[in-house]
Design a protein around this ligand. Sequence first.
Ligand code: ADP
Ligand code: MG
Length: 692
Amino acid sequence: MKNRAVNSLLQSSDLEKIATPAVRGKLLKLGISRSEDLLTFFPVRYEDETCVFKIAEAPQREPVQIEVTVIQAKVEFRPRRQLVVSVEDATGIASLRFLNFYPSQQRMLEAGVRIRVVGEFRMNRQRVREMVHPRYKKISAEDELPTTLTPVYATTKGLGQASIRKAVSRAFAVADHSDTLLPFHLHELGLPSFFETVKTLHWPQADVDPALLQDRRSEFWARLSFDELLAQQLIMRKNYDKRELYSAPIMSPVNQRMELFFSRLGFKLTNAQERALSEIQADMSKCLPMRRLLQGDVGSGKTVIATLAALQAIDAGYQVALMVPTEILSEQHFKKIEDWLTVLGISVERLTGSLTKSERNQATEKIKSGVAHIVVGTHALFQGDVVFKNLGLVIIDEQHRFGVKQRLALVDKGADKLNQTHQLMMSATPIPRSLAMSFFGDLDVSVIDELPPGRIPITTKLVSNSRREEVFQRIQDTCQSGQQVYWVCPLIEESETLQLETAIQTHELIQAQFPNLNIGIVHGRMKSQEKAKVMGEFTRGDIHLLVATSVIEVGVDVPNATVMVIENAERMGLSQLHQLRGRIGRGSGASTCILLYSSKLTDTARSRLKIIYENIDGFEVARADLQLRGPGEILGARQSGLPMLRYADPERDVLLLAKARHLAPDLLTNHAELAERHIDRWYGSREKFSEV
Ligand code: ADP
Ligand code: MG
């Protein structure tokens, strides 16, 4: 943060009353800029300093507190310089050892001083009980033992526990800790009051079970989770309702070109596709801007639905932008959509970073004049110089690869602010219901939960690297029978160059292995044209085996490819593996995905591969991934634009989430002031996140 911003934050904040400027600066680093933020900054664990043990009775190898008198403190060399302090109580003597110490410490620990010490006892070689580097403090006769557990907070360099504790105590005295839920809400939800929650979690009474608090199983943690989820739901709901302030073009779903489209399509939509389509059609025929997320596992057929939505917009006289994250995907979508729509008299344009200057000028000219009806493109689409004549629908494929800002940059190209474009976002990474409810609560969701008929489920095989030879044999057979193969090179996170080298080496190796086959290679460093050329050859069947880095992860559709080999599969994320695997099994032939793993697998790696091996359903994979790695991969770029949860876990707290979702609209309508205060308490001090 800029210094000026920091200063203004510090000045405007009520923290002034409770902390010195130095402490306030540190607190800011922890995201704390108001005294209210300290209330909701909860300890990560607790220490029990409420009772003392006698030296002779204290258990060993677990944290205990003793109250003792110093006999002597002396510096010893054995062989390192260290401070050894002998102490005693009525039951015996013990030794405290400090490897790093200040001279002042030695002076303070003079004979006769009473100290309270927290540490773990072990027997030293002299068979004396000893603590190494214990915490201690000097006490006087009237120092009573605390009656509450001692909170330990996550902190930052230069900010000690004592300072945070003091700040929290003072905040508790000045900040507003009145409840944002009404008594009857609490009663209905079976949750404790905010005041009681704050008090208990910062200063638990000695008789509560610290394990219960630490594992976050207590009702007080439930209250926090609920509050946080509620704040999130309130924000989402407000965003959702904000739509009512705008209008959007009304697009009728009835048109003749649709019939022609279907007659040429060559397949019937699945029931799930029909359902999703009619939801989208209904949205677009209203004068409210559509904000719909279309979810469907890889291969479930989202593209055709997107194309039908586009057709509806074009028929109503509007332009459509379809944005995808990679050149390969944009090329592929372009070809497919061109094939589907050109015969209907629709002009399909493309706009990617790889166009020459004059190609680009031509394209932007057509977009500006309205000659282009639908534009398929990459990030190039939302650049400043791209102007639409009348953009009415924005479709974002693989939405998790785009940030909120990027999406808004494209959406803002719509005709005017009040008459907004419809938005359709698509995701092939299935989002578990809990996450959909929490992080996507501001969107309507359609799910395609059925694959087109006739698909034979993909068989997944786990093969140790030491058995590569057998894999080669398999490939020979596959290619001879006229089918094609993907060979995916390992992901090398440390170095893109290394990854490239591996891909090139693998390519050479495989070429040598199969002199009779045509082997292609595609990777991220290739020019777009080269990439497109290779993908074209692979799609036509001229290339038998395609060596690829993970650039083919999203969206590529070559039905004749029936085998995929993934090297070092253990290095990849589960969702990514699932996406990759989804490139095969798209035709009517049986498909096999071979996961090669290095022979030395860790237990975690093994159990992760087992999940991919056992689950063909993307939702199951995503759920397992969520448990293993948290929501990062699933949320993708979206999380940068949204307030993250600190205490709640949508998956674990799914019941609370459902209740929060239920309460949010009620609170906004009937107790708007409480709702605002609730949002402010939980998210008020953080950076304003983008409107979605
Ligand atoms: P994804 O949802 O992963 O984007 P695609 O839209 O690429 O999936 O569709 C995968 C393949 O299935 C494409 O070749 C597409 O033409 C085909 N497809 C889509 N819907 C159907 C259907 N109802 N019946 C048969 N094939 C379909
Ligand atoms: Mg797709």
